[in-house]
Design a protein around this ligand. Sequence first.
Ligand code: FCB
Length: 779
Amino acid sequence: MSFPDGFVWGVSTSAFQIEGATSVDGRGPSIWDAFLADHAGACDHYHRYRDDVALMRDLGVSAYRFSVSWPRVLPDGEKVNPAGLDFYDRLVDELLGAGVAPYATLYHWDLPQALEDLGGWPSRDTAHRFADYAAAVHERLGDRVDTWFTLNEPWVAAFLGYGAGRHAPGRTSPADAFRSAHHLLLAHGLGARALRAAGAAKVGTVLNISPVMTPAQVGDPARPLAEEDAEAVARIDVLANRQFLEPLLRGAYPEELLPVVERACGDLGHVREGDLEVINQPLDLLGVNYYTPLVVQAQPSEPADPAWPGSEGVLFCTVPTAVTAMGWPIVPDCLTRLLRRLSGEYPDLDLMVTENGADFVDVVTGDGIHDVDRVHFLEEHLRAVRSAIDDGARVRGYLVWTLLDNLEWADGYRRKFGLYHVDFATQRRRPKDSALWYRDVIRRGGLPPTRPKRPTLETVAARAGVSRATVSRVVNGEAAVSAQVRAAVLRAVNEVGYVPNAAARSLVTRRTNAVALVLSVPRPGGDALTAAVVQYVTSVLEGAGKHITLMLADTAESHRRIVAHVEAGQVDGVVLLPPERADTLAERLARTGVPVVLLGKPAIASLVPYVDVDNAGGAATATEHLLAAGRRRIGMLCGPMDLVTVQDRLEGHRAALARAGLRPHLAFADLTIGSGAAATRRLLGDDPSLDAVLAATDQLAVGALRAAREAGLRVPEDLAVVGFGDGEAAPATTPALTTVRVPVADQALALARLLLSRLEGRSTTPVVLPTRLVVRESA
Ligand code: FCB
């Protein structure tokens, strides 16, 4: 898996995240100093840059993308501070001395506070200030730096900084966000022009381009989309990607964007004549930062996300894939798709992956820092880059985010993206396994033929300073080993995270590292949930080093077998998807003393912690929606009353009616469409002027739609119908079903997390997730 000749291997950082020294040599405050309390030291790179450049030399990188701190260079936004430039002067010389090409980014989010006080990015003047700043930096470094990036991720600066307020300066105005985006682009144009005029060799900019897709497309990119989902995907693509790509590379905003901006800002006055020509400078290189895709679907009642003004009716979704410690889904394939798309749309443009990396929990031991997950992440993403190159994408290099564990913006120091571990108490840097791996990749100009392995018996032996045979004896519980040696081996086993097979492990540690996932007979309508649970629980628990044993609890005999298995200490924990009806399996399992977690509130009061959704709240909201629409004669189709979910949904419905001074009309059904139709007919027979039906499940609601059609009633004019669940069928019924969404993936994820915290001896409280009304045509 080698890469083209001249392919650039490198690392990226940013000034505010590593430099520290925020008040030395005349540096002025930046918006981030004001936004974050207690951040000051970062990696003290300002004083340790020589050591850090030495780390890069050890890695063998050919390029280093750093950012220049604007408030160091122009502390008050106006006057150049030569001492601030001196630092970059020294840094650049040090890099060149080490054979590393300096790539300078001019704006990586640290606006001088003085300029924020004058209006910040919503003010046009900031763009002009940026051009002056770019010229000042080029004047000092231009003789030695030939690759320049104007901006880093303008979407983040504008929309997280001025729209959602999650980043500095923490403003929350959709109008300011759009104006900032435009002025950032303008700053790029003016800055690029100034750099070029001063003789810069290569001018580029860096965008966070995120592939946008529905949850189903994550695994199946070719999956055709329902019209409303296609619209949601296209709209977010405009906001995230095309808003920046098209002005930069085509000199025009996407047509679909302007009405959205106009609505947010009141007018388009901030986009002046001639701006787009300025923005559309020739680009030598487009930097692409990729971490994770944007996953969305249509959701009619959803309000706009503050980070995405214009996203009304779009739901940002979680997806059932492995995630980083930050919770970002890991989808390397999206990087291939993204690079291919860019090269397809802009065939003459050179691309570079300017950031890619991941936050994971590292295993820190005396002999090293083991980050198998990061190595896998980087390796898979490099494969993805290579596939794109094979398909003709013009990718010139790959820069890992990031050299050092650092200050991850609003998340502070708890995020670990570095190839090098930093002990922030001592500022000691230590290479992680990923640094050693990357060094090897760079040396061979590509990926090694075999994938890195999880720690082996040899690793443990080396760590404990004993022979492999001794490790094996300890792992197999043989007595002929001294207590001291045994302790040393077990310590090494723990430290390197060695996972012998389950049987061997149980002999040594009395822990099996196995978890049973017990599924009861599939419940009606619960297939999607069961599938999500299997997927998530497996992914999260395997990520935590557990083996999953799947067990089916469908007969009394199987219950006995499962209890015996757990009693025999074959597993450390159990995730149970109980049958919906009252049942004793949970209690029997709980009595074994092994941690058990349940999906759904158990029928019998129990101490077993569970994950459930707010069924009563969902039914109340649905009922209130009908009441607000003027419906007064509302019937409820209840499913079997021995199901706890049905009881809860009925209770929520009753409570909402009672608040409006009304009484329920109930009809009972089993869980089939046919019985839903029959129960609806009974309700209509009792009260021909019935004007709404709330069904306890989507299936029953489909039955109600059928009965209404047969009775010649129009939905929703004569009879409004609301379901519960929002399964796959709901948007496809005629008319499309208004229903209460039960979060499927979130429940599954919560269940996995609940078991993990139980295994760590924490948390036994139930988790109840919110439901949400999805309004479509039927009500
Ligand atoms: C990118 C930023 C970078 C870092 C990584 C994790 O969006 O450019 O500074 O925060 O994310």
